[in-house]
Design a protein around this ligand. Sequence first.
Ligand code: ZN
Length: 360
Amino acid sequence: MSLPRFYPWHEETARAWLGEEQRRRFAHAWLIHGLAGIGKVEFARAAAAGLLCESPQDGMACGQCPACTWYASGNHPDFRRVRPEAVALAEGQAEEGDAEEEAVDADGKKAGKRAPSREIRIEQIRALESWANTGTHRGGLRVVVLYPAETLNTISANGLLKILEEPPPQTVFLLVSDAPDRLLPTLVSRCRRLPLGTPAPEPALAWLQEQGVQDAAAQLAAAGGAPVAAWRRAEAGVPPRAPWLDTFVTALAQGKPPDLGQIVDALDKIPAAEWIDALQRLAIDVALAQAGMGARYFPDLASQSAKIGERAERGRVAELSRWLTRQRRIADHPLNARLFAQDVLAQASAACLGRRPKRA
Ligand SMILES: [Zn+2]
């Protein structure tokens, strides 16, 4: 186990934020938000290490003191990580032997056969309450890292709100979210915001190359400039541009309806959220081309998205983008995955070709 560290593109922000000046008036609840896949959770975890460290240097964890040693081994008694069971399980596979899992999710693990929850449950918030009402073990701060905050359901969000309304002493809550607009507004109003911007391409590319990612520039573009997301795609063997997208775009650029049956077959093995993301990014590239701007996500398909942009109505491309956002939300549980894919592709294709869609 090792101490979580800030990604290079976050170090400057972290130093300014955790520096001594700031710390004297450090808020008790923060909402750390920004684009998915830029490393916000790692930021919060590294920040927690810095806050718990007993001899921080420049606000950063020293890596040597007892607090750092405990934190690194997942055993710091004044630290809690709160996330849905499904997230803990997915992460547990990535970080095998993480001792913290047991401490935080003991009741979740015992739950047995039901499907792992995708929400942060009220029981997890109640457990925090009793923990926060005992003295700190090390006489310093207590830190909670909670993510993704948008997975708090109404009950657990209200439970957390109650805690934040009468904040326990010496406790810092770091909430992490990709979508702060989906949070309970009263909860957001209890937090100071720390927006994390999309990193500049240079440090992101340098880091991806250090990780040995092939096609780093194309992967970074396909991930919308989010380096951690780009790295995960590369690790999972996802090409920067899926072959099905090429088929789809090539036909549309020629003004022909794509062979949807063939594409639906290809989508069978891809999570719906992923291919909807790709369509959404394509819609953005088309809209950018219509505005006379270069492609942001698929630079290699720039000439095709420009051709599509010439044919499609601007209003319909914008509407397609909004519609795809709604489809993304229900993508995890469509009634019939193939019909769903067929319908989404037909809508996208009709919008790009300037035709009325045929319902599947
Ligand atoms: Zn330390």
